[in-house]
Design a binder for this molecule. Structure first.
Ligand code: AHR
Length: 499
């Protein structure tokens, strides 16, 4: 068997991996907010102020750093004043974008801020440019963050929240090239400049203004936005979903797929590296100091919905394949952490590449969840220089790396190395030359998440089919770390050594 060789320079830091790369996204879509997060105070499902206790506990366990809300496409149809005040008086309406169901607005600004408080995470609120006014956006920020005398501050107090909240991340529109208004970049750039002018910093609350960025490889959008509006933004977004097949009508199933689909999915997920590199190159031209961040605020797999479920609800299962997509994508984000300051996987509960699935009072954790749990050690850690001959995994006339890896050092000096073995059929052996470390008395521990079949996944009947297990397939000899990675696996090692 081939051994993939590499070098880890444990004394060469390459910058901090922002914890916000581990962010999430929750939209008023399908059963993400309603049922998945919000059940209401009167529900028999254990809740605190209407929010599910089990879901909050699970998200705190993975140290969720930031949560984006209320959309997505829903954001550009959302009028925030519909979601405040006594619940019985809130407007009922049709969620035209997602399944045509009734939206009763029971989950609004106060409920979202309460959710973030329970999670201990930062809110990322996405404002409405597509169908909303400048005044509406401006007033939302005033309602949220102004503590003085003003109509919106008084309205907030009347609705039971005396103190202003602290809100840093604010998005000015979503996908304004598509569902957010079908705009041309020149037009949106001008609108962005105008809207963001009235997104004020009140009482020392400093808003990080986020402009709507490109879809996938629309490099012209990035060029125009950076040229026309670069100085007015703190970050620009990027949306990229991994869809196995080439058509949106037949995306491919979430389970019951073959090796061709496995390979195609991972190959498409790996494209994130090229997209970030190319968009960053354009940003570098206008912003060589890298003041403006790139926020990948929608990413993940998108398959056909589960048979028998509402098409507009985007409910899909989640397998070891999704775990690999998560792991390799996080490795890519680490590599680009100088420009990528935040990312938000779509979407937290019951939608697309969810980390949690619920069914009534039952809840399961997906393989993707476990990757976020295993990788949380990299949050705010120092990225380390790691070069690896990643080998090649070939199928038909195409090939992708067999292994991808990343490494970091945390504040306590612990080194964490994560590996993804993308091969569905073969173990991978890696030998890493560890440099800049005193290995005398070093202690290593590890855990691995592997699949026993190509679409291994958790169900409500068998919630623990795919869970991390203690990993001992490593060795340390003459300054070299050897690891034997199971097929289809994500592995994280912790190395406690003197610097
Ligand atoms: O995440 C689902 C949808 O995908 C979002 O609403 C939209 O922004 C994107 O097209």
């Amino acid at each position: 068997m081939v051994t993939f060789k590499g070098v880890l320079n444990a004394d060469t830091g390459k910058g901090t991996i922002s914890r916000f790369i581990y962010g999430h996204f929750s939209e008023h879509l399908g059963r993400c907010i309603y049922e998945g997060i919000w059940v209401g105070e009167d529900s028999s499902i254990p809740n605190t102020n209407g929010i599910r206790n089990d879901v909050v506990k699970a998200l705190k366990q993975i140290k969720i750093p930031v949560l984006r809300w209320p959309g997505g496409c829903f954001a550009d149809e959302y009028h925030w004043k519909d979601g405040i005040g006594p619940k019985e008086g809130r407007k009922r309406m049709i969620n035209t974008h997602w399944g045509g169901v009734v939206e009763n607005n029971h989950f609004g600004t106060h409920e979202f801020m309460e959710l973030c408080a329970q999670l201990g995470c930062e809110p990322y609120i996405n404002g409405n440019v597509g169908s909303g006014t400048v005044q509406e956006m401006s007033e939302w920020v005033e309602y949220l963050t102004f503590g003085g005398v003003s109509p919106m501050a008084e309205l907030r107090v009347q609705n039971g929240h005396k103190e202003p909240w602290s809100v840093t991340y604010f998005g000015v529109g979503n996908e304004n090239w598509g569902c957010g208004g079908n705009m041309r970049p020149e037009y949106y750039a001008d609108l962005y400049r105008r809207y963001q002018t009235y997104v004020r910093n009140y009482d020392g609350n400093k808003i990080h203004r986020i402009a709507c960025g490109p879809n996938v490889d629309d490099y012209n959008w990035t060029e125009v936005l950076m040229r026309e509006a670069g100085p007015y933004m703190d970050s620009l977004t990027l949306h990229y979903y991994t869809v196995p097949n080439d058509g949106w009508q037949d995306k491919g199933p979430a389970t019951g797929f073959d090796e061709k689909a496995w390979f195609a999915t991972l190959k498409k997920a790996l494209r994130m590296d090229e997209l970030i590199t190319r968009h960053s190159t354009i940003m570098d031209k206008y912003d060589p100091q890298q003041r403006v961040g790139l926020i990948v605020d929608e990413w993940g797999t998108w398959y056909d919905v589960e048979p028998g479920t509402t098409p507009g609800f985007l409910y899909q299962q989640n397998t070891i394949r999704d775990a690999l997509v998560a792991g390799l994508t996080l490795n890519i984000f680490h590599k680009h952490s100088a420009r990528v300051r935040m990312a938000n996987i779509a979407q937290t509960v019951n939608v697309l590449q969810a980390v949690i699935l619920t069914e009534g009072e039952k809840m399961i954790l997906t393989p993707t969840y476990h990757v976020f749990d295993m990788y949380k050690v990299h949050q705010d850690a120092e990225l380390l220089e790691l070069s690896l001959d990643a080998g090649s995994y070939k199928l038909d006339d195409s090939d992708i790396p067999a292994v991808t890896a990343t490494a970091s050092r945390d504040a306590e000096g612990l080194i964490h190395i994560s590996f993804c073995n993308l091969q569905h059929h073969a173990e991978a052996r890696v030998a890493l030359d560890l440099r800049g470390l005193n290995l005398e008395g070093a202690a290593i521990t590890g855990s691995t998440l592997a699949g026993n079949k190509i679409d291994a996944h958790n169900t409500f009947e068998q919630p623990d089919s795919v869970v991390p297990r203690p990993y001992e397939g490593f060795g340390l000899e003459d300054g070299k770390l050897t690891v034997a990675l199971p097929a289809m696996s994500v592995t994280t090692l912790e190395l406690a050594a003197k610097a």
